[in-house]
Design a protein around this ligand. Structure first.
Ligand code: AHR
Length: 500
């Protein structure tokens, strides 16, 4: 099947915010305990953090990480996680019916994040708590000294303030499952007042207000409109969350969910514009897609288990085994974020370790990378710069969730230094795509690197005993011919092509 495409250096979508490749980690399951932190593990460093996990994290070059939840944050007392570890209380985590030992809290996590070279994006509890606690927390985190909370931080051995700028105003408060669930207007007012107080403490703070938990919520997209009508001028981002599944094993429909996500982003973009116009506001609000991933393999089972278990500590929870199909999907979804980078400035893969994660770590055992690690890594490393428009003319298909879905999913970026990166996925189940892509305005480009994931069975996974079963390999058969990139893309294949 023939596909032609046109890219021109002069036609850009937006400057991509590096934070498009951020991550999220929550105090739940084995994400923190026996995920990133396992004192006594042969790989543990002096602080109890696993070096094997850290190596995989560092290789992703993650710009920012959202912490500590998630549903967990909506009943979390941040003060439980500071001060001498032996004095910290064990609490019941109401979100996941587990025990939280508080052996990792803000200051430990900050050490881990600094070592990983990742900026913290902190979520506030606006479920069971509110403005007063948020204000104390920000003073503890960001004020230099000379006040109760800042001096308390200093007494905990942290002399310099953290200067955290990204603040999430709660989590999924539209969800009836959320501790402290609220009506839209009620939440919008609280978010507005909290944002005002936080900005008084940290003028450069960037506020992320909660959008809907997903685009299937009955209150979507009125929730976004009502919330923004209360707080538009005091916030910078609205959050989107979406998890994806393929329980019916309909691969093309699964891939079509990327188009559905594009509609979700577009709809919220419209709501933002509507509220901005209605309020005659001067500021812009962008999208922070701060939870996304594939989540369905063990979802129902897990849901049954955690609802009836007896408050275990760091249980096995949401440990999805990702397959090759999921890797192709993640590659397409990241492409969609790049194509929508004018609206989406921040996005966080949910989550990072063990819990619906690209990195897994066995308790007292090895760490390994899942299939989805690879497209995420390629996007983070090479998806930075200017997103370019790609006009595609090629075959499409219809499925339950979308019509006219192109078999070729493609995004292009002009990186700093003049390199061009193309991420391309052939979603066709059986046909090779014969690509002919014209690159205008560059001149003299050659294929410098071609990495591919192809030839695997859709259900193939990696695991502790076969960590490299599904990995990228060096691609062949794609070359520049003058100003045209030509080559054959095998059915169900992922490609990262760098031209310089
Ligand atoms: O990432 C798992 C959970 O999914 C988060 O705690 C919550 O915000 C979302 O519903």
């Amino acid at each position: 099947m023939q596909v032609s495409a046109v890219i021109h250096r002069g036609f850009a979508i937006a400057e991509i915010d590096d934070r498009l490749y951020s991550a999220f980690i929550e105090h739940m399951g084995r994400a923190i305990y026996s995920g990133i932190y396992e004192p006594g593990h042969p790989e543990a460093d002096a602080n109890g953090f696993r070096r094997d996990v850290m190596r995989f994290v560092k290789d992703l070059q993650i710009p920012a990480i959202r912490y500590p939840g998630g549903n967990f944050v909506s009943a979390y007392r941040w003060e439980d996680g500071i001060g001498p570890k032996e004095d910290r209380p064990v609490r019941l985590d109401l979100a996941w019916r587990s025990k939280e030992t508080n052996q990792v809290g803000l200051n430990e996590f900050a050490v881990w994040a600094k070592d990983a070279g990742i900026e913290m994006m902190l979520a506030l509890n606006l479920g069971s708590r509110g403005l007063e606690d948020a204000r104390n927390y920000v003073e503890y985190v960001n004020h230099p000294s000379g006040t109760f909370w800042s001096d308390l931080r200093r007494s905990h051995g942290v002399a310099d303030p953290y200067a955290v700028t990204m603040w999430c105003l709660g989590n999924e408060l539209d969800g009836p499952w959320q501790i402290g669930h609220k009506e839209a207007k009620e939440y919008g007012r609280l978010a507005d007042e909290t944002a005002k107080a936080l900005r008084a403490l940290t003028p450069k703070a960037e506020m992320i207000v909660c959008g809907s938990s997903n685009d299937e919520m009955p209150t979507y997209p009125d929730w976004e409109r009502e919330v923004l009508e209360e707080c538009y001028e005091n916030v910078d981002y609205i959050s989107l969350h979406k998890y994806f599944g393929n329980s019916s094993h309909d691969t093309l429909n699964f891939f079509g969910k990327v188009e559905e996500t594009g509609r979700y982003i577009q709809a919220i973009g419209g709501v933002i514009d509507f509220v901005k116009a209605k309020k005659r506001a001067k500021n812009d609000v962008h999208i922070c897609f701060d939870e996304w991933n594939v989540w369905y393999h063990k979802r129902e089972d897990d849901s049954r288990r955690w609802r009836s278990w007896d408050w275990p500590e760091a249980p096995d929870l949401l440990e999805e085994d990702y397959n090759f199909e999921d890797a192709l999907f993640v590659g397409c979804l990241l492409n969609e974020f790049i194509r929508r980078s004018d609206r989406v400035r921040i996005a966080c893969i949910a989550q990072l370790v063990n819990v619906i994660a690209p990195i897994r770590a066995e308790k007292n055992g090895p760490a390994w990378r899942q299939t989805i690690y690879w497209p995420y890594q390629f996007a983070s490393l090479y998806g930075r710069g200017r997103a370019l428009r790609v006009a595609v003319d090629g075959p499409t298909y219809d499925c339950q969730v979308a019509h006219d879905v192109p078999y070729l999913d493609v995004a292009a970026i002009e990186n700093a230094g003049g390199t061009v990166t193309i991420f391309a996925i052939n979603r066709h189940l059986t046909e090779t795509l014969d690509l002919d892509c014209h690159l205008g305005g560059f001149g003299g480009l050659r294929v410098a690197e071609h990495r591919t994931m192809a030839g695997y069975g859709l259900r193939e996974t990696n695991g502790p005993t076969a960590p490299d079963a599904v990995v990228p390999t060096t691609g062949t058969g794609v070359a520049m011919d003058g100003d045209r990139l030509r080559g054959k893309l095998a059915p169900l294949s992922y490609h990262m092509i760098r031209l310089s």
